[in-house]
Design a protein around this ligand. Structure first.
Ligand code: HEM
Length: 414
């Protein structure tokens, strides 16, 4: 194989993800011809792009051979060096391995178990009903992504987290500052995405420091109290890890889910027969939601680092190298999903989706995310007589977390 292969650009260029048809076309080619592709691009430490389901699954489940470590998200080397110089060292669950990861994850785990999430159903129902009412108040004409999906998913996670409703716009702005910095729409007055990220991290720190102080002084029954007073290995969690724990729950908890919801609805609206199928058989919603998350794969990648040489799809990879797990590609792998480029709410194995990763780092919030979609959509479809696209959806420019950021819809009500 000769290097570099220009197709590797699809994993780096944020604009590439905004053209889904092209992106998935190239990814399908790679799965067939170069499933473990060495990507070399100026300014980036080379990596291996892993695009087949079985390989992504294997790497995800072997947490001793393939480590997460510090740089688990792709970024230009210069940015990472600058972060180092500024003393900014992300330390979330994603950046930890082994016992350290296990102990930190244990802190919040109980909040995300299916039984705990089920106990919150009444609260999620109430929030979903508020948003269906808002949709009605908007006359059924709105940007569903920005006016419903984003604030709904934000409200659900913040309601367990304990961030007051009046601070939700701040959480939203900061999350977009971290995940959406490459999208000109979110850059605001700053001209440089990196400046935006550094500024955002500083603001998150200030906000969560105040929240942690408050919950230590006045503990309540929310997740913020658990994190602020968390013990790891019998000692209080260190200051740095505490602030980053807050940050991952606040960010991962809504942007991902809102993209699954807006992109999932887009797919449904392009297939009116499937909306009718859902209206006729509400029980289909569980499978339909898995298909929406498979289809949208809002988290585009995470990186893993090899502790010892490995062979994947016949390609030998030396120890020390890093690999990019491509969830959107694995979720369209034709060896697992029949007709993977078709969206089908009755796909028999939609629950094999790998959008939530696997192994020790399997998404902590997957049950929440699924339940949020399963709650809102049936209420929405029960309320509307008709619902359709009312313009072209727009996709976010992002190579880490992204999806449909504007979804114009028009609905009539029963
Ligand atoms: C459709 C929505 C979501 C998607 C597609 C998604 C996807 C992912 C993926 C791919 C990972 C990494 C898994 C791995 O490395 O193997 C992850 C981890 C994580 N997710 Fe989610 N996520 C979603 C919703 C949520 C929600 C609602 C929360 C709530 C707080 C959440 C919190 C987390 C956390 C804390 C981790 C780190 C887990 C660890 O490293 O142990 N996610 N998610």
């Amino acid at each position: 194989m000769s290097y570099p292969d220009p197709r590797g650009e699809i994993f780096i260029d944020p604009t590439a993800y905004a053209d889904q048809e092209r992106w998935h076309g190239v990814a399908a080619e790679l799965r067939a011809q170069a499933p473990v592709l060495r990507v070399e691009q100026e300014g980036y430490t080379p990596f291996w792009a892993v695009t087949r389901y079985e390989d992504v699954f294997f790497v995800s489940r072997n947490n001793e051979q393939f480590l997460n470590t510090r740089n688990s998200v792709l970024g230009p080397d210069a940015q990472l060096e600058l972060l180092n110089t500024l003393g900014i060292e992300p330390k979330t669950l994603i950046h930890m391995d082994g016992v350290e990861h296990h102990d930190h994850r244990g802190l919040a785990n109980a909040w995300f178990r299916p039984r705990s999430v089920a106990q919150r159903q009444a609260g999620i129902d109430a929030i979903a009903e508020d948003f269906v009412a808002k949709f009605r108040d908007l006359g059924g004409n709105c940007d569903f992504a920005q006016e419903i999906a984003v604030p709904y998913t934000l409200r659900v996670i913040m309601s367990i987290f304990g961030v007051p409703e009046e601070d939700e716009p701040t959480m939203l702005r900061l999350t977009q500052g971290l995940f959406g910095a490459a999208d000109p729409e979110y850059l605001g007055d700053l001209s440089d995405p990196f400046a935006m990220i550094v500024d955002t991290i500083g603001q998150f720190d200030d906000y969560f420091q105040a929240l942690a102080d408050e919950r230590r002084a006045h503990p309540t029954d929310d997740l913020a109290t658990v994190i602020a007073n968390g013990q790891v290995g019998g000692c209080p969690m260190d200051h740095h890890a505490t602030l980053w724990y807050f940050t991952i729950v606040a960010t991962a908890g809504h942007d991902t889910t809102s993209f699954a919801l807006s992109g999932g609805l887009e797919a449904l609206l392009r297939h009116p027969d499937q909306v009718m199928a859902l209206q006729a058989d509400p029980g289909l919603i569980v499978n339909a939601v898995d298909e929406m998350i498979r289809w949208t794969s809002p988290v585009r990648h995470f990186l893993r680092y090899l502790t010892e040489p490995a062979t994947l799809s016949g390609v030998e990879i030396p120890a020390g190298d890093r690999m990019l797990l491509s969830y959107p590609s694995a979720n369209r792998d034709e060896t697992i999903f029949d007709g993977p480029m078709e969206f089908s709410v009755s796909r028999p194995n939609a629950n094999r989706l790998i959008a939530f990763g696997g192994g020790e780092h399997f998404c902590l919030g997957s049950t929440f995310a699924r339940r949020e979609l399963r709650t809102l959509l049936p209420k929405l479809f029960a309320a509307v007589e008709t619902i359709e696209l009312d313009g072209e959806p727009q996709w976010a420019q992002a190579n880490f977390v992204g999806g449909v950021k504007h979804l114009p819809v028009a609905a009539t009500f029963r």
